[in-house]
Design a protein around this ligand. Structure first.
Ligand code: PLP
Length: 450
């Protein structure tokens, strides 16, 4: 036995014997056994500590084990652990009111779910019920969850294994200036052409048959694609012109990640429905939901809404959301997210881009950033191919390993490394993590033409 094997705990052995993991070839797995965490760090059962620059799955916005959040869950557990969704309950009522108060426009009611996929599933159910239409438009390069309709809405390769999936989903291209589907040279052209493309898709699909357009306000896993100014306003106008429900999927981008309560606030756009999860309570207890405009909620005033969940508005989850929103306000977490993005991450990544030939583009806002890596800056050939696996993905695996060896847990996807630590990360920790990424990027540079 090697020393590593000796150190492996019963937890590891039981995991390998009995836990079936998400998205994975089970035989290839070698999971870290995490036994503790605090703030922006977590540690495993061999005593190795990592700076969490992934916030797990970009959900631990408030950092690990925030004492006030833990205390709120304990207090709720002592009071009332569970109650059916058709009862009212103080934790649920307060969470709904606080979220409605934060939401833009006439978004005023909340349907609670256990996570993001159930939020997007229910958002399109509401849009269909409200409009009496069936088609749903979503973008390529998006992720909306892995249940049947949510994975069918998804515009990335994770959908392929679930096809043909749910009917009625139509894909279009959203804006992505660096790899424009419209041969645009800048953000202004990209915005105009992406909106013209969407108008064309509506024409040929029959806008009168479209219930909803669903967008990740800022596309997350598929690239931190920040929409150019004017794009979301343009989508809003198209929805208004055709009576289509605008759904913002803010499961990843919401609750401070973009330096705003809701990412749409950055552009002053009010969608009709907002899907949230992850950062609402940093995943301490599973929670998601849909914030609903009064108009859409009213269309279910006199006829039943055809959906529900045993754990909708679970008291432990709602109590943790109430506490988390309070902590955000008390500790100025939204302001800190803006500061980190503007004063530390943005300048540091711009500096790295000037020094590393493998960096094609850096982009983001708040604590939501991507470093897009290329083999060749002139051609923009990605460092690894789209959806690369096995040997083809080796340069990105080497980069991730170089980060881990230096004590940083990275978030990588395709040819990108995302900078997405907890929003509560201190300035010093942020600089420490960025310095590690800067060192590790030498691995990527070795695969790029200077
Ligand atoms: C934008 C977006 N929507 C939906 C989901 C699905 O959320 P969940 O995994 O909680 O079902 C995710 C998860 O990463 C996401 O990033």
């Amino acid at each position: 036995m090697t020393s590593l094997q000796t150190a492996r705990s019963q937890a590891y052995l039981d995991d390998r014997a009995h836990v079936f993991h998400s998205w994975s070839a089970q035989a290839a797995l070698d999971p870290l056994v995490v036994v503790g965490a605090e703030g922006s760090r977590f540690w495993d059962d061999t005593g190795t500590t990592y700076l969490d620059f992934a916030s797990q799955l970009v959900n631990v916005n408030i950092g690990h084990q925030h004492p006030k959040l833990v205390a709120a869950i304990k207090e709720q557990a002592d009071t009332l652990c569970t109650i059916a969704p058709f009862m009212a309950n103080p934790a649920r009522s307060e969470a709904a009111r606080l979220i409605a108060e934060l939401a833009p426009g006439d978004l005023d009611m909340v349907f609670f779910t256990n996570g993001g996929a159930e939020a997007t599933e229910n958002a399109i159910r509401m849009a269909r019920g409200h409009t009496g239409r069936f088609k749903v438009l979503t973008t390529y390069r998006s992720y909306h969850g892995s249940t049947n309709a949510a994975i069918s809405m998804t515009g990335d390769p994770r959908r392929w294994g679930s096809e043909p999936g749910a009917p009625g989903m139509v894909k279009f291209w959203g804006p992505y200036t660096y790899r424009s589907a419209f041969h645009a040279a800048n953000d202004v052209e990209e915005c105009e052409r992406a909106l013209a493309h969407l108008a064309d898709v509506l024409m040929v699909e029959g806008a009168q048959h479209v219930a909803a357009i669903v967008l990740e306000t800022v596309v997350g896993t598929n690239g931190i694609l920040v929409p150019p100014d004017g794009y979301l306003e343009g989508v809003r106008a198209l929805c208004d012109a055709h009576g289509i429900v605008m759904i913002a999927d803010e499961v990843m981008a919401g609750f401070g990640r973009c330096g705003e309560w809701f990412a749409v606030d950055h552009w002053g756009v009010a969608p009709d429905l907002i899907c949230f999860a992850k950062g609402v309570n940093s995943g301490y207890v599973p929670l998601g939901g849909v914030v609903i405009s009064r108009r859409i909620a009213d269309s279910f005033a006199d006829r039943p809404y055809p959906g529900g969940l045993t754990y909708s508005g679970h008291p432990l989850a709602c109590a943790s959301a109430v506490a988390s929103i309070g902590i955000f306000k008390e500790e100025g977490i939204i302001e800190h997210a803006r500061h980190l993005g503007t004063d530390i991450i943005g300048p540091a990544l711009a500096d790295m881009a000037a020094r590393h030939p493998a960096i094609g583009e850096v982009r983001g806002l708040g604590v939501f950033w991507a470093i897009e890596l290329v083999k060749d800056r002139a051609t923009r050939e990605p460092l690894v191919p789209f959806n690369a696996a096995g040997a083809a993905a080796a340069p990105m695996v080497e980069l991730a390993n170089a980060c881990k060896q230096r004590g940083l847990w990275p978030f990588t996807h395709f040819n990108r490394l995302h900078v997405v630590p907890p929003i509560t990360t201190s300035d010093d920790e942020m600089r420490e993590g960025l310095a590690i990424i800067g060192e590790a990027l030498a691995v990527a540079d070795a695969h790029a033409t200077a």
